[in-house]
Design a binder for this molecule. Sequence first.
Ligand SMILES: Cc1cc2nc3c(=O)[nH]c(=O)nc-3n(C[C@H](O)[C@H](O)[C@H](O)COP(=O)(O)O)c2cc1C
Length: 211
Amino acid sequence: MKLADIRKDYTLRSLDSAEVPKDPIQLFHTWMQQALEAEVSEATAMCLSTIGSDGFPNARIVLLKGVDQGFVFFTNYQSAKGNELEKHPKAALTFFWPEIERQIRIVGEVSKISEEASDTYFLSRPYSSQLGAWASPQSQVIGSREELEQQQLRMEKQFLNQKMKRPSHWGGFQLIPNRLEFWQGRPSRLHDRIQYEYLSNGSWKITRLAP
Ligand SMILES: Cc1cc2nc3c(=O)[nH]c(=O)nc-3n(C[C@H](O)[C@H](O)[C@H](O)COP(=O)(O)O)c2cc1C
């Protein structure tokens, strides 16, 4: 099968201007709920794009862990993405939900969440993931898999007689959006695209974009 011959027509749903709320976060919650109901695989997985130190974009998947003011995810603050966000606190998030033929794109400013909120989430994680956060120098070059497993064992021993706590190099970021786009696949490539842009008066400008 040639890759160029792979095609899919999108027919499942539509995005009418009449059903678009004033607040994009409300629409995000509705779409996330529908993704969960449709049992979309890894619905909370999103592509996080940052600005690399070499000026090139850098993208990888992280998991969305909450949405209130901003879109919250957790990571190692000393990882490539952590350093990049420290230097350029702007990023993009992209969700793709093939089962319901939808994409959401979000752009905004990124900041660290409070230490307390990071502590609370860290302590809610499975014990093995907590140890992993201590053991793994995320994005650093390591000699071998064994080195990592040895470090995990060392951490396991260390925390046998010590209360678990969050490493200070690990925690949450939140992205406060200033632009969002909701994409619904439609037949004949005439997809629906609704964009929200944040205005200085605190409201959202809503426009329809050509597919
Ligand atoms: C489905 C999935 C979920 C992931 N979730 C996270 C996450 O929530 N936080 C995280 O730091 N890395 C997560 N990763 C790993 C990242 O994609 C990436 O490999 C890692 O964070 C290092 O990225 P960096 O070197 O650009 O900082 C996930 C990967 C996949 C495939």
